[in-house]
Each structure stands twice: as C-alpha cells, then as structure tokens.
Design a protein around this ligand. Structure first.
Ligand SMILES: [Zn+2]
Ligand SMILES: [Zn+2]
Length: 92
C-alpha cells in the first residue's frame, strides 16, 4: 500500500489569464470539461495568485485518495472517497 495522498495538495489542470488587474484561473476536472473559474485575483506575483486561486477552487473539486487526481462531483465516489475510475477498479 502506498500512503494516501494528502488532501491539501491541490493540483488540478488549469489555465491562467492575465491583465493589468491581476490573474484569473480556470481549473478543470481530470476526466471531463467541468471547470471552475475564479474571479480576478489582484496580486503582484503569479505564484501568489495561483495559491489564492487554488484555495478558492479546491472547494469545488474532490481529491481522490487513491490516485490523487482532482475531479468534479460527477466523477467522484463520495462513499469510497475515490474518483470513479479508482472506485470501479477496487469494486468487487
Ligand atoms: Zn468530471
Ligand atoms: Zn482515482
């Protein structure tokens, strides 16, 4: 057994937009086109902006304890706390 993936490590696929007012991020489900778009985040640095964006976006995603992917509610099995793919593989 490998160690469970810590929930704090949010790393969904994302795109970033940038203009004078700051940064805006769009995070995607690992399996589908579901995405969450943050508001414009005022920040000097993209790293800091991304940290704030992740804190905001992660509430809308579910982290799989098995593979560590972050997925939307539809691709998450709440009972097993796994994404649907892992939940299917471990089902008996
Ligand atoms: Zn999804
Ligand atoms: Zn998984």
């Amino acid at each position: 057994m490998t160690m469970p993936v810590p929930r704090t490590k949010f790393h969904a696929r994302y795109t970033m937009a940038h203009h004078d007012d700051g940064y805006k991020f769009k995070f995607f489900c690992a399996f589908c086109d579901y995405h969450y778009t943050t508001g414009w985040i005022k920040s000097e640095s993209p790293t800091e902006a991304r940290r704030l964006a992740e804190a905001e976006a992660r509430i809308n995603f579910n982290g799989c304890y098995q593979c560590g992917r972050w997925v939307c509610n539809e691709h998450y099995n709440i009972e097993k706390m796994m994404c649907v793919e892992c939940a299917t593989h471990t089902a008996r």
